[in-house]
Design a protein. Structure first.
Length: 340
C-alpha cells in the first residue's frame, strides 16, 4: 500500500514520538490512537476520503472543525470528550509542523482551533451512611460476594482511579505493617498509599482464599474475573451499580445517587478525609494529584464543611441581652431626632 505523508507522520507520531520520546503510557497512546481512528472513519464516511489516500492537502482547519462538530452532533459526545479529541489533534499538529515544515501554515491554523468552554459539574460523592449500606450488600457466604466487597473497599480506601485498581498486581500489595498498595497512576507515576487495618484484613483473607500468596503469583492481577483476566472498567461499574440497586431497594428512605461509577468512590474518599480534618496536602499525595489546586475542588463541594468553617470563624459581636427597642421610647425619640 502506498505511504502518504499523513500515514508516515501519524505512524511516527504514535510509535516514535509518543512512545519513544515522550514515554507516554499505553493507555494514553491508545487515547490518541482512538482520536485518529474516529477522524479517519469520519473522513471516509462523510468526506469520501479513503485512509490510504489521505494527505495533508486534504486536512484543513475546516475539515477538523467539521469533524469536531460531527462528534458532538452525530456521536453525541460531551464537550469534555470533544476537547480531549482536539487536544490530541493539537499535539499531533505541533509535532507535524516541526517534521513537515511545508505544511506549517495549515498546522498553525489547526492549532488555533479553540477549546470549548465546558460546564463544570459538581462533584458527586456518597455519604458515609449510603456507603455503609452499599458495603452491606455483597453476600459474604459466597466467594464472589467476598471478592466484590474486598474490591469495593479497596477502591474506596485507597482512593485509586479505576485503571489503577485494574492494574494492581499481587506484588503491589504489602500486608506487613505498615500495609500499603503501590499504585501506578497517570504518566506512569507510582505512589504508595496506606490502607486501613480492616481493608488489610479483607485483602489478606481474599488473597489466602484465592491462593494468591503462593510463589509465582506475584504478577497475577489482584482482582480478576472468572477467566482469570483483570476486570474491565465496565465490569467494575456493573458490580458497583448492582450493589447500589440492592441498597436502594432495601433502604428506600436513604439518599443514594442515581448511578455509581468507580470514580465516585475516589471522590467519596477525598470528601470523607476532608470531613475528618485531613490536610489537603496529604489528600493530594494520596490521590496522586500533581497540584494541590486539583485537590482543592473537593473543598468546594461540601456545604457541611463550609458551615463548620464559618461557625469556627464566627465571633460573638452581638450581646445576648439586646433591648426591645419598641419599648425604649427615649431611644426611639433620639433616633428620630438624630441629624435633623
Amino acid at each position: 500500500m502506498r505511504q502518504t505523508d499523513f500515514a508516515k507522520a501519524i505512524t511516527d507520531f504514535l510509535t516514535k514520538y509518543l512512545a519513544g520520546q515522550r514515554n507516554l503510557s499505553t493507555n494514553t497512546i491508545k487515547s490518541y490512537r482512538d482520536t485518529f481512528k474516529q477522524l479517519l472513519l469520519y473522513l471516509k464516511d462523510e468526506a469520501n476520503i479513503s485512509p490510504e489516500y489521505l494527505t495533508f492537502n486534504e486536512l484543513s482547519k475546516e475539515k477538523i472543525e467539521d469533524f469536531l462538530y460531527w462528534l458532538e452532533k452525530n456521536k453525541k459526545v460531551s464537550i469534555n470528550t470533544r476537547n480531549q479529541r482536539l487536544a490530541a489533534i493539537h499535539s499531533f499538529f505541533r509535532y507535524v509542523q516541526s517534521e513537515n515544515p511545508e505544511v506549517l501554515f495549515e498546522c498553525q491554523r489547526i492549532l488555533g482551533i479553540p477549546f470549548k468552554k465546558r460546564e463544570i459539574k459538581s462533584i458527586e460523592f456518597l455519604t458515609k451512611e449510603s456507603l455503609e449500606y452499599i458495603f452491606q450488600q455483597p453476600d459474604l457466604n459466597t466467594f464472589k460476594g467476598r471478592r466484590d466487597l474486598t474490591m469495593m473497599v479497596t477502591l474506596y480506601d485507597s482512593g485509586a482511579r479505576v485503571q489503577e485498581l485494574i492494574d494492581l498486581k499481587v506484588r503491589n500489595v504489602r500486608l506487613t505493617a505498615p500495609a500499603t498498595l503501590l499504585l501506578s497512576g497517570k504518566g506512569r507515576k507510582q505512589r504508595y498509599v496506606p490502607i486501613m487495618e480492616k481493608t488489610k484484613g479483607l485483602l489478606e483473607n481474599y488473597m489466602i482464599e484465592d491462593k494468591l500468596l503462593k510463589n509465582g503469583k506475584e504478577d497475577h492481577p489482584l482482582f480478576f474475573n472468572s477467566n482469570h483476566r483483570p476486570f474491565t472498567r465496565p465490569g467494575i461499574t456493573y458490580i458497583l451499580e448492582k450493589y447500589l440497586k440492592n441498597a436502594k431497594d432495601k433502604n428506600p428512605k436513604i439518599l443514594f445517587p442515581d448511578r455509581l461509577k468507580p470514580h465516585m468512590m475516589r471522590h467519596t474518599k477525598a470528601i470523607h478525609l476532608l470531613e475528618a480534618g485531613v490536610n489537603l496536602i496529604y489528600i493530594r499525595d494520596l490521590l496522586g494529584h500533581t497540584s494541590v489546586t486539583t485537590t482543592e475542588h473537593y473543598a468546594k463541594v461540601n456545604s457541611q464543611l463550609k458551615r463548620k468553617a464559618l461557625e469556627a470563624a464566627y465571633i460573638e459581636v452581638v450581646p445576648d441581652d439586646i433591648p426591645n427597642w419598641t419599648e425604649d421610647q427615649e431611644l426611639l425619640s433620639w433616633l428620630h431626632n438624630f441629624c435633623k
